[in-house]
Design a protein around this ligand. Structure first.
Ligand code: BTN
Length: 259
């Protein structure tokens, strides 16, 4: 293993952000960084606080799935306090920031599967889970959970072996988790601050989506929709063209490619 285990000072030393990652809660092992971040956010933690763990024992995925976070992966939760109007951009910020950090540090090309899985050559390398606490129009906090397979052998986990990959598997060498994390924090802040300067992340996110133009199946709760993923909206929704010519707008769901 690379000797780049996390520590508070290794993450924050010389980090060129204003607030994202300037307060770090580092835990060698935790059930889920989401639980810790939620409590911190409720307790008034400043915006930009991150919770980072070397491993999670009960990592959470989207749609109530579990998420594997062994040693060698990155498990991160970031606390933000966006406006109501900015909420739908968070999935875009997170997935574009992860893509850029992987490209910068590992030199690997990434794509995004709607809404926010990051893939390399069609295999998932990162999952993102967002929890918002909203009352009326007021956003109390958002927690962005990001899991990246950095130095992970997916063969050790038969349940994900055929659909997942890791940076070390793609490159046949280990990659610095610390560099990926620090780059991710910088990129996330740039994109987040860009929202207030009318530099929407939407176009960058849309340009990286591998889903567009493809025949897809989208699971939304108990329902399954099929069609061509025609476009996405600035609110993050997916527009599906059905075989009868009609268009369906999908706010959230789980996409698989057909054929
Ligand atoms: C998914 O693709 O289903 C989302 C996975 C999100 C995983 C991350 S790892 C850090 C944070 N803590 C968790 O328990 N989940 C998120």
């Amino acid at each position: 293993m690379l000797s780049d285990s996390f520590s508070l000072s290794s993450i924050t030393r010389g980090l060129s952000t204003r607030f994202i990652g300037q307060r770090v809660i580092y835990l060698p092992s935790v059930t889920s960084t989401m639980d810790v971040a939620r409590e911190e956010a409720q307790g008034g933690a400043p915006e930009g606080t991150i919770v980072v763990a070397d491993e999670q024992t009960a990592g959470k995925g989207r749609l109530k799935r579990s998420w594997l976070s062994p040693q060698g992966s990155i498990a991160l939760s970031l606390i933000l306090r966006p406006s109501r109007a900015q909420l739908s951009s968070l999935i875009m910020i997170a997935s574009v920031a992860v893509s850029r950090s992987i490209e910068q540090v590992a030199g690997l090309k990434t794509q995004i599967k709607w809404p926010n899985d990051v893939l390399i050559e069609g295999r998932k390398v990162c999952g993102i889970l967002i929890e918002n606490n909203v009352v009326g129009e007021k956003v109390h906090y958002s927690v962005i959970g990001i899991g990246i397979n950095v130095n992970v052998s997916t063969a050790t986990f038969p349940e994900i072996q055929t659909i997942a990959t890791s940076l070390s598997e793609e490159l046949s060498r280990e990659v610095s988790r610390l560099n990926v994390l620090r780059s991710l924090l910088v990129e996330a802040e740039k994109l987040y601050l860009g929202l207030s300067n009318s530099t929407p992340v939407y176009h960058q996110w849309r340009d990286r989506l591998m889903t567009l133009g493809k025949e897809v199946r989208v699971k939304v709760g108990e329902e399954t929709h099929e069609g061509v993923a025609e476009s996405v909206g600035p609110d993050g929704s997916l527009w599906l063209r059905r075989s009868d010519g009609s268009l369906t707008k999908i706010i959230a769901g789980d996409v698989t490619l057909r054929g």
